[in-house]
Design a protein around this ligand. Structure first.
Ligand code: ZN
Length: 236
């Protein structure tokens, strides 16, 4: 089985970690292996006790073999930052979640730095993978990220400093319920025939819209066809 794939849970945060860690367990059971987890580092508004418990949950994920990815700063676009036309459209399309979309060079650098510092304040080692929320970035972000992280996770490819792999992202969040059936079918076609390394991505909301059974079914289908990888061992 030479074909590879990545399974990722997005948006693990201080607001949802108690429920999300159970959802990640269900995904791991279906996959038969630990997965990649994209974490929103912001702890704004959380109590000190919640932050401690959140850090313990992150440590528990790592100890269970999951890989932690840095996923933006707030996962919410600031209205106070200037954005180009593309960035404004990306924010409109994503309910204002594309926080890096269309930012100026300096603002992008500052926000990325804030994300890495907040991550380190959560007692986590330097992030190896950065995923911009909703995969919308700006003209400068990839280069800024690759000065600190080994991997930039883009919309249709995974980037290293010296390498790029085509990688279609299969994601359901934010899409209408009627389209789920087609998306599931499309996902199964991609598992079978896609070049590169497809990323199957679930968000907390998918457990309500798609349901645990369908999510587990898709994961089982994928790992029957492709070898599950984490970003960390993609190059090996
Ligand atoms: Zn996200």
């Amino acid at each position: 089985m030479n074909k590879q794939a990545i399974l990722c849970f997005h948006d693990f945060s201080v607001e949802n970690f108690r429920v999300a860690k159970e959802q990640i367990c269900r995904m791991m059971e279906a996959a038969g292996a630990p997965i990649s987890v994209a974490v929103i580092p912001s702890i704004a508004g959380a109590s000190a006790a919640d932050v401690q418990e959140f850090i313990a949950a992150l440590d528990a994920l790592k100890n269970a073999g999951h890989e932690l990815l840095l996923h933006g700063m707030f996962h919410r676009a600031s209205q106070n930052l200037l954005r180009n036309f593309f960035g404004k459209v990306a924010c409109a399309l994503t309910g204002n979640e594309a926080e890096f979309a269309g930012l100026l060079k300096e603002d992008s650098q500052k926000l990325f730095l804030q994300a890495t510092q907040t991550w380190e304040n959560l007692k986590q080692s330097s992030p190896q993978v950065f995923v911009p929320p909703t995969w919308y970035g700006n003209a400068f972000l990839k280069q800024q990220v690759l000065q600190t992280c080994a991997v930039y996770d883009g919309r249709s490819a995974i980037f290293w400093k010296d390498k790029k792999i085509f990688s279609p992202a299969i994601s359901f969040a934010g899409l209408p319920k009627w389209s789920m059936k087609f998306l599931c079918l499309f996902a199964k076609i991609l598992f079978q025939f896609s070049p590169g390394i497809p990323r199957l991505v679930f968000h907390p909301i998918d457990f309500q819209i798609l349901g645990e059974e369908k999510i587990a079914g898709l994961i089982r289908k994928m790992v029957a066809i492709r070898q599950l990888k984490q970003y960390d061992n993609l190059r090996k």
